[in-house]
Design a protein around this ligand. Sequence first.
Ligand code: HEM
Length: 440
Amino acid sequence: MPLLGSIRLLRDPLRSLSEARDRYGDVACFRVGPIRFVSVADPALAQQVLVRNHHGYVKSPSYEGLALVLGRGLVTSDGAHWRRQRKLAQPAFHRQRLALLADTMAQCVRELLDDWEARSDLRVDVHEEMMQLTLRIVGRTLFGTDLGSDLGDLGPAITTCLHKANQYAESLIKVPLWVPTPSNLRFARAKRRLDAIVHEIIERRRADDQPRDDVLGMLMSAVDEDGQGGMTDQQLRDEVMTLFMAGHETIANAMSWAFLLLHQHPEVAQRVRAEVRAVLGGRAPGFEDLPRLPYAGQVLDEVLRLYPPAWIVERQAVVADRLGPWDIPAGTIVAVSPWVMHHHPGLWEDPERFSPERFSPERVEGRPKHAYLPFGAGPRVCIGNNFALMEAKIILTMVLPRFSVEVSDPDAVQLDPRVTLRPRDGMPGRLRPVTDPPSA
Ligand code: HEM
């Protein structure tokens, strides 16, 4: 449109980006108001932006929306501040540390399943159940605290904050937050709720004299290599909020999409059940068991291909670059969308089909590396990627042997691509206890 440019990109980004890829090729340029926005759907060019030339790019201004909620944590910072924080937080996500968390994750899932078993009404909102579960897990594993009864009203507060982050990022004219519009007032209330949780997480820990070596403990005692300068209270608040939000919402979305796909493909669910039975008998998976459940892993890889919770990764060029034959002036926003890449007919055979077989080791080997990037790539790759895959596998392999999670009206579930890719208006469904275990 004159002056406004491609505003449909804001209204229906998944379709606009995919159509642009199909019509114009792997580098497509949009203008939204005064902003030039380039979408890249070629794995080699994605690698260039996110990995090889990453020094020439910073996080795009869209992340300012998220910064309203997260402050300057890992997701929303750049440069020396980001490098320092990443170095401080990274050890908390090493393999040996993750191994210690598997049993806690399994315990949280067991509690959920016991709750489900005790219910008389088996109708649920699948997305809501997954949000509650992943909140419980993030509380215990990252912060060593039981958010327990606090969880009930958090979902709406989180949704309000993410909506605001999105709206703020997209609006060409930004109404300052102090203006008492209904949307600003709702946001202020919701943010106070989240701030209170984060404050409580930190204060509970300060009151606890036991030294603990979970993520929160590591952040609180983190010091630079020269032994100086831990985090200020504000930095700690921002990192805790960042991990709290990034650490549960994405996985809740991934698991909701997983249950939708498994409802639509019961033969895949049965095959996971058979694998779990053969490997674990009736017990819960431990950390060492996870590599022995490869098919469940392939299912999750395929879920993250079709429904990548982080559906877009954006940067802004700080110096000019050249993407293929195209000059990219400094200041251009460059987006690599896992959604667009993962549904690319030139990269995936029959891309809309759900087929975990795509992730067999032989088939993965023959594919360009950055054709699949649910966790991003390069130095800003998701710090929680292994944590997320481990948690998702534990949830999947514990839920399926005990319940079928049915989605009431799969065709009515709509995509809501905001900060993350969520189901719009939840995912109404029903739990069905599994009574007839498949033979291994
Ligand atoms: C299925 C689950 C998840 C998905 C799909 C996902 C996806 C992503 C993606 C694509 C990025 C890169 C963003 C960019 O380059 O702009 C990212 C960054 C990040 N993720 Fe995740 N994530 C998931 C789970 C988690 C978990 C469980 C945690 C923490 C426990 C986490 C914490 C973070 C943080 C802190 C960053 C920023 C890293 C940095 O810039 O240094 N994520 N995530």
